[in-house]
Design a protein around this ligand. Structure first.
Ligand code: SF4
Length: 250
C-alpha cells in the first residue's frame, strides 16, 4: 500500500505587532448632570407643588378662545404648531360666523381658508375642520363626542386634542401634554419621559385626584411663563425649593 505523505502546511508569517501608540488624553466633556441621580419625589412634596399652584391661581383657564365644545375642538385642531395668541386672532372673527358644524360646512373650505390663513398649515387645517364638521353631523348628531376614541377618530384630532376637549369641555381628569407640559414634567423630575405619552401617564400616576381637573393648565402656564424653554425663571419660581432640575438657579 502506498504511503500517504502529508504536505507540510506553510506557517503563516507572523504579523509584527503594531506598536502601541502613546495615548493622548482627550479633554473630557463636563459630565451632564442626570435627573436619575436625584431624590425621587414624595407624595407630600407633589401635594405641596399643586397646593402652591392652586393657591396662586385657583381657577386656571386655557388661553384658546372658544364659545362651546365645537369651537374648542376647532381651536385645538388649529393650534397644532401654532401659538394660542395666533389662533385666537384668527378664530375671533371665524367663530362669529361659524360656531357650529353646520355653519362651518355652510361657510365652506375656501372661505374658511381666508379666515385662518395667518395660521401655519392652514390649508390642511381648513380641510380637516370641514371634514370633522361633516363627520360630527353625519355620525354624532352635530355634537362633539365624549369619548377619547371618538374624538381621536375626527380628522385632524389626536390624543392631545382629545385630552384638551375632554378636560375643558367635559371636566374629565385628563392630562394633555404639549411642549410646555413635556418640558416641565421632565425638568422638574415629576414625570420624566421620552415621549408625550410617557409624561402624560407619569403625571396621571403621581398627581393626586383633587388636582387633576386643573393640573394640565397649571403646568402649561408654569411652562409658558416661568419654566421657560431657554431661560427658566427659577428666581421667581413657586416650586424652586422642590424642583429636581440639577441646573436650576438660585
Ligand atoms: S426651579 Fe427653574 S427649572 Fe425648576 S420648575 Fe422652577 S423654573 Fe423650572
Amino acid at each position: 500500500m502506498a504511503k500517504i505523505t502529508r504536505k507540510p502546511v506553510p506557517r503563516k508569517a507572523a504579523v509584527p505587532k503594531k506598536k502601541a501608540k502613546t495615548a493622548v488624553a482627550k479633554p473630557k466633556a463636563p459630565a451632564k448632570k442626570s435627573l436619575k441621580a436625584v431624590k425621587p419625589w414624595t407624595p407630600a412634596e407633589i401635594h405641596q407643588v399643586f397646593s402652591r399652584f392652586r393657591k396662586a391661581n385657583p381657577e386656571p383657564k386655557g388661553e384658546l378662545e372658544h364659545v362651546n365644545p365645537f369651537t374648542l375642538l376647532v381651536a385645538v385642531v388649529l393650534s397644532a404648531q401654532a401659538t394660542d395668541a395666533g389662533v385666537n386672532k384668527a378664530t375671533r372673527a371665524l367663530f362669529e360666523v361659524a360656531d357650529t358644524p353646520q355653519k362651518m360646512l355652510d361657510l365652506g373650505e375656501e372661505s374658511l381658508r381666508e379666515y385662518i390663513k395667518t395660521i401655519g398649515l392652514y390649508r390642511t387645517k381648513a380641510r380637516n375642520v370641514i371634514a370633522l364638521s361633516a363627520k360630527l353631523l353625519g355620525e354624532f348628531g352635530g355634537e362633539v363626542p365624549r369619548t377619547r376614541a371618538e374624538i381621536e377618530s375626527l380628522p385632524g384630532a389626536g390624543r392631545k386634542t382629545a385630552n384638551v376637549v375632554l378636560n375643558m369641555a367635559f371636566g374629565e381628569h385628563t392630562m394633555a401634554v404639549d411642549t410646555h407640559v413635556f418640558r416641565v414634567g421632565n425638568r422638574t423630575g415629576l414625570a420624566p419621559g421620552k415621549t408625550p405619552l410617557d409624561v402624560e401617564l407619569g403625571l396621571e400616576k403621581v398627581i393626586p385626584a383633587e388636582f387633576m381637573l386643573h393640573a394640565h393648565h397649571w403646568l402649561i402656564l408654569h411652562g409658558r411663563y416661568t419654566c421657560l424653554a431657554r431661560k427658566p425663571r427659577c428666581e421667581v419660581c413657586l416650586i424652586n425649593d422642590l424642583c429636581r432640575w440639577p441646573e436650576k438657579t438660585v
